[in-house]
Design a protein around this ligand. Structure first.
Ligand SMILES: [Zn+2]
Length: 323
């Protein structure tokens, strides 16, 4: 159950502030004790979102650890190891049934509304005008985050596309919970390579191995084919990489138009600020299944989606499958 008390205050507010501006009060997490409050060195400093490519997570984490040690006194890092979900959020005074219950998210459009894939390069937005929002979340470094995101889907009906790196144990640890949602189509799985390398630094054989191994993992574990959707780690691709992927049936490099910027550890407030900026009609937004802060702001994300009357969709909700 969730605290939705602020919904009415923000109702109808579709203003999209620039990154770096203050988030409306109702979108800000109320102060809490014993929670991570880490001020990232880059958040808000330039007032711009980082470029639409994923930061090198592994390198960054090393730097982050060093920076954290160096920044004692400047940054406060108090770890709250428990992800929260709608089911687990402390109960307020909000009813969960009856006239004051939170409204469900809008359903996806009918299958008859699906459109052909545009082709001709990477997919970065949903073509045309409409009310669709494709939330795509990647990697799966943290099994608890995969579990919490999946619970978020169960609780709210939000439709999600996960771009999976099969190397992470989160994909087998959460199989029983996730499989029914994959089977129903509420959560779609895409291919993000087996172990998240920069594909432009690999031989063609190595690129093929990365894609094929992950493809087989998804088939063997979830019984689904992820083709034609794949996402290059760090958005790094070139003609050779695209050609290898296409030969394997992965013809749609799937990028994004906006990012929650949470491939690395950032604050809850910054994630909500990014959602406020990028949850727009026909957007494809990237997030990550790597760090806990996003699991603490699901109510705020839902509030933004609902205020703007957006329909969350998977890629298969939008596009006709091609051979
Ligand atoms: Zn990734």
């Amino acid at each position: 159950m969730v605290r939705f008390a602020a919904v009415a205050v923000e109702s109808g507010n579709t203003r999209i502030p620039r990154a770096g501006t203050r988030v409306p009060t109702s979108h800000r997490k109320r102060p809490a004790k014993n929670r991570v409050t880490f001020v990232p060195p880059f958040a808000g400093a330039s007032g711009r979102n980082p470029a639409p490519s994923e930061l090198n997570r592994r390198h960054f984490l090393g730097a982050l650890a060093a920076a954290t040690v160096a920044a004692v006194g400047a940054a406060r890092l108090v770890v709250d190891p428990q992800p929260r979900t709608f089911a687990e959020t402390p109960v307020g005074d909000v009813a969960t049934s009856g006239p004051t219950a939170p409204a469900a998210l809008l359903p996806p459009p009918p299958l008859s509304a699906r459109i052909p894939l545009p082709g001709g390069g990477a997919l970065t937005t949903i073509p045309g005008e409409g009310d669709l929002l494709a939330l795509t979340v990647d990697d799966g470094v943290n099994s608890e985050v995969v579990r919490a995101y999946t619970q978020f889907a169960k609780d709210t009906g939000v439709r999600l596309t996960y771009f999976v790196n099969g190397v992470y144990k989160s994909w087998t640890e959460n199989l029983a919970m996730l499989r029914p949602l994959v089977d129903s189509g509420q959560i779609q799985l895409g291919n993000h390579t087996w172990s998240h390398p920069d594909l432009t630094g690999l031989s063609k054989d190595e690129v093929a191995e990365q894609i094929t191994r992950n493809d087989e993992f998804l088939k063997n574990t979830y019984g689904i084919g992820a083709k034609p959707y794949w996402r290059p780690p760090y958005a790094k691709r070139n003609d050779d990489v695209d050609a290898v992927a296409a030969d394997l049936g992965y013809t749609v490099p799937t990028l994004w138009s906006g990012s929650l910027s949470d491939s690395t550890l950032i604050t809850e407030d910054y994630i909500v600020q990014m959602a406020d900026q990028y949850f727009t009609p026909q957007a494809i937004v990237i997030g990550h299944l790597n760090h806990l802060p996003v699991t603490h702001v699901y109510p705020q994300l839902v509030e933004i989606i609902r205020d703007r009357n957006l329909r969350t969709v998977t890629l298969n909700d939008v596009f006709l499958k091609t051979p």
